[in-house]
Every structure is written in C-alpha cells, then in structure tokens.
Design a protein around this ligand. Structure first.
Ligand SMILES: Cc1cc2nc3c(=O)[nH]c(=O)nc-3n(C[C@H](O)[C@H](O)[C@H](O)COP(=O)(O)OP(=O)(O)OC[C@H]3O[C@@H](n4cnc5c(N)ncnc54)[C@H](O)[C@@H]3O)c2cc1C
Length: 489
C-alpha cells in the first residue's frame, strides 16, 4: 500500500472508452466527486478508437434486447451532443440494400421493425437507391433508407466527452491500470500501481476487460468473448464515391461488410466479425482483406483497393448473453456493470450514460444538479474548413495557424498546440484529435515535427515523446535537430 496516493470519491469509473467518458460527462452535471481510471495514456484507445464510427439508425436490433432499448434513443441524442461538444458528426444516412428477392423480403422486415420503434425510414426501388448513390451495384433490387443514420469520429467524441467532463470537475487518472479491487466496510477500494481509490459507487466500463474487473470484486457471472473486426481506410480522394453508409442484409452474427463514408471524409470498408482467443489480437489479415473487398465490391463495384492508406482491427466485447449488460452487480452493492458493449455500443453510449446515472442514484447517491454545468466545448479550430478570410484573421492573431505541419491533412501548428492544451500527450493523441499524421503519408513527413512540438509544449525531452504511451518512445534524430534549430516548415 505504501507510496500510493489515496483518493476518496463518490463514483469511480473504470475505463475511459466511449461508455466511461459519456457516463463521466453525464455525472458531471451533478454535485458528485467523480474519477475516471484509465489504463492507457489517453482515453478512447480501446475498442472506441477502432470501429466503423457509424451512428446506427436503430432498425437492426432484435426487439426486447438492451441493444434495441438504447440504440435509437442514442442515435437521437447525437446531433445535440456533437453540436455542444463541437465534434465532427455527419447525419449522412444509411442504406440497407437487397441484392435479390429473398433479401428484399428481409429488408422489408427491418423496415417494419424500425417503424415500430419510430425510426424514420423509407423503402426504395433499386433505381431510386441508385439515383441517391450512383456507384451502387446494378444487382441491387431495393433498399431501406434511414436518413437519420450518421457517422462520427469516435475517438474525437470520447476525448471531447472527457475534456468536457474534466471542465465540469471530473478527475482523470491515465496510465493507471486497475490491478485489484475489493469491498471494505461497504466502500469499494480500487487499486492501480500508483493510487488507492475509495468509492461509494464503482462503474465497471472496462470494455473487453469488464469480466476481469467484475471478477476482482468476486462477480463471475458473465464472460466477455472477443470478436475481431478488420477495417480498411481509403485516401481522401475517394470522398463522395458514396455519401450514405451502405449495408448488406445482415447475417445471424453480424451486420455484414459495409461501405462507410467516415465523418472525416475518407471512405472505409469493413468490418469482419471473427471470434478470436486473445483480447489483444489486433492483426489484420490477407484473408480478412479478401473477404472485405469481395463484400464491399458486391455493394459498390468501383471500389479500388489501390487507394487504401491504412488498415486496422478492433475487438468487440461480446458478452455471453449476446446483449449489453447494464445493471447493478447482484452480489456487490454499489457496483455497476456496463459491459458486453459490442455494436451498437458507440451509438447507444449517450443513452446508456443517462441510464447509468439512474443506476448511480439507485445505488444510494443523492443527485443534486450543478447550476454552473457547462455543456459546451468552445474554440475548436479546424483550419482547413475555414474561409480564406477567417484563415487570414486567425493567422494574424496567432502565426502558429499559418504554419502547415501535416501536409496531407493540412493541419497547422496552432491546431497541434490546441490539441496538446486540450489533453493530447502522444502522437496518436494528436493524430486522433487534430488529424496530423492521419493522411496519405500516415505521418511519414510530419511525425518528427509533431514530436518536436509535443516536446516543446510539454517541456519534456524528445526521448519521452511516445506514439501511444510508455513503451512506444521513438526518438528520431531529425526531430532533435528541428528542436535545436527552432521549428520551421
Ligand atoms: C470493428 C468494430 C466496428 C464497430 N462499429 C461500430 C459502429 O459503427 N457503431 C457502433 O455504434 N458501434 C460499433 N462498434 C462497437 C463500439 O466500438 C463499442 O461498443 C464501443 O467502442 C465500446 O466502448 P467501451 O467504452 O465499452 O469500450 P472501450 O472503448 O474498449 O473502453 C474500455 C476502456 O477501459 C480501459 N481498461 C480496460 N481494462 C482496464 C483496467 N484494468 N484498468 C483501467 N482501465 C482499463 C481500456 O483501456 C479502454 O480505454 C464496433 C466495434 C468494432 C470492434
């Protein structure tokens, strides 16, 4: 125990993914002392950073499931939430397409299912679907159109939720893996290598590891089974090939291979849905790529794999119930599990967060609203989206906005400095917040300069600048020279 700092809070949230950060922000509306405990160097680096980024419309989910309960309400919360937090969100719509008469019958069943929930939907003929999306396959005989489906930058949203929660008083512990947990005199004790956190209520939002956190408290009544999804991202010049996310008719286990216009503008195809043994298996595979390409081309034949600039895999935290778990522990009063968050967990997160607050109240916490809660995140600069006049004005005010550091994505030094001031501590943190390094060259040109800016702004030696936290240090001598000579480009 010795040497560890002690922290006493009302609510401790384990895990800073989309579920933990959305819950933290929701709890920050009340007079509570809340801490988020995250094992990585920044929030949002679990499943939240590696998914399709689709804000599902809410017609897919089986009736009677928690997925159905939270998906459509979550979808409906996105426009306001993303406006308040100034996060990239496109309500670009969804098309589920049928390639034959049998699939058309299934599409109509989803139409009925969605309509019963109040999801805005329309049925289109093949011609009407192709009039909306001219690149769609000639084989498509009909489609279900959900205009309120959308696309979001999931990492940006998690970072923004956390930033806003911190602004409203929540504390964040990073690089803090929970290594032990127990109950002492009714209090929940959570231990990391550096801290002992004593909490009245603990929210277990540790994604793939929620079953392991539960077991630390003696709860072993659910298991998380990892299921991997590979995704392939295209160059920005594929923008506008399709505007809406294109879904096939789903199989029993997955929503299928999709063609996805991301909120950033790149096209993406994926994901696979493969049961795996290791929760940390993030490898992409030739076989996965072939299956995805075949699936994507059956929807949009013109897809050109030569335009792929990046590939990644994410792992779904599927529960052995086949559904979300949003409930009090049956054994430990004051322990709440938010687990089994496979798709549509990102979409459902805002609605789950509201329900998590209800569970916190049920666990005995008095909820007194804060009168000075600030819902907005202000002053986010996206230089390349500004008009010429706005750019000129900004550069006059702060010349750092006049220096382009990432040429592919046109990201300025000013935006990188902003990202650091908003909480980025690593190259990946900059990439996901400001997009420096997210373009065609994947950081090949700008990485040393971004490293030098991080070192200068955080006043740390270059040797301590990491890609994604301890163990990923990458000193480049070019960056050292740049730092020594002042940063210019
Ligand atoms: C390929 C793929 C595509 C998907 N596409 C979509 C989509 O388009 N739309 C949609 O709605 N959903 C989608 N999903 C699902 C969505 O990504 C998840 O539901 C969501 O990200 C789960 O968030 P989470 O916060 O539960 O988990 P995570 O993001 O994994 O967060 C858990 C956090 O807990 C931390 N943690 C773990 N163990 C510990 C510990 N011991 N101590 C401290 N911290 C710990 C982790 O580091 C992590 O940050 C997709 C998932 C995958 C894999």
């Amino acid at each position: 125990m010795s040497g560890k700092s002690k922290l006493t809070v009302d609510v401790a949230i384990i895990g800073g993914g989309i579920i933990g950060t959305a819950t933290a922000r929701e709890l920050s509306k009340y007079q509570l002392k809340v801490v988020v405990i995250e094992k990585e160097a920044e929030v949002g680096w679990g499943t939240t950073k590696a998914n399709s980024g689709i804000v599902h419309a809410g017609f897919h989910e089986e009736p009677g499931t928690l997925k159905a309960k939270y998906c459509f309400p979550g979808n409906q919360m996105f426009p306001k939430l993303c406006e308040e937090l100034d996060v990239c969100f496109e309500q670009n719509g969804i098309l589920m397409v049928a390639r034959n008469e049998e699939e058309w019958e299934t599409v109509q069943k989803y139409y009925e299912r969605g309509k019963e929930r109040g999801v805005p939907l329309e049925l289109l003929s093949g011609e009407e679907a192709r009039a909306l999306e001219p690149e769609l396959s000639e084989d498509i005989v009909g489609a279900l159109h959900a205009p309120e489906g959308g696309s979001v930058m999931p990492f940006e949203l998690a970072a923004a939720l956390m930033e806003n929660a911190i602004y409203n008083g929540v504390e964040l512990l990073t690089n803090s893996p929970v290594i032990g947990a127990r109950v002492e005199n009714g209090k929940k004790i959570v231990e990391t290598p550096f801290n002992i956190v004593e909490a009245d209520v603990v929210i277990n939002a540790a994604g793939l590891f929620t079953d392991e956190i539960a077991r630390m408290f003696g709860d072993d009544y659910f298991t998380i089974k990892p299921r991997k999804g590979e995704e392939y991202l295209f160059d920005l010049d594929t923008k506008n090939m399709v505007k809406r996310t294109i879904f096939p008719v789903p199989s029993k286990v997955s929503k299928g291979i999709l063609v996805i216009p991301t909120a950033e503008g790149n096209l993406m195809m994926g994901p696979t849905g493969d049961n795996i043994d290791q929760k940390d298996d993030l490898a992409t595979t030739r076989d996965g790529f072939q299956r995805i390409l075949e699936g994507a081309r059956s929807l949009v034949p013109g897809i050109n794999p030569r335009k792929i600039i990046a590939q990644f895999a994410g792992v779904r935290a599927a529960s052995d119930r086949g559904d979300f778990i949003v409930e009090h522990s049956p054994n430990v009063p004051g322990l709440i599990h938010l687990a089994g968050m496979e798709s549509p967990g990102l979409t459902a997160a805002p609605a789950i967060a509201v329900d998590a607050v209800r569970l916190v109240e049920e666990a005995g916490m008095k909820l007194v609203p804060k009168e000075d809660f600030q819902p907005r995140r202000e002053n986010i600069v996206r230089f390349r989206s500004l008009s010429r006049e706005e750019q000129d004005r900004l550069v006059k005010e702060n010349p750092a906005y006049g220096r382009i550091i990432c040429r592919c994505e046109q990201v300025t030094e000013g935006e990188i400095i902003d990202a650091i001031r908003r909480g980025a501590r690593t190259l990946d943190g900059i990439k996901f917040r400001a997009r420096a390094g997210a373009g065609r060259c994947q950081g090949g040109f700008c990485q040393p300069i971004v490293m030098a800016i991080i070192a200068r702004e955080l006043n740390i030696p270059l040797e301590q600048v990491t890609k994604r936290g301890p163990g990923s240090e990458q000193v480049l001598f070019k960056a050292k020279e740049l730092l020594a000579g002042g940063i210019t480009q």
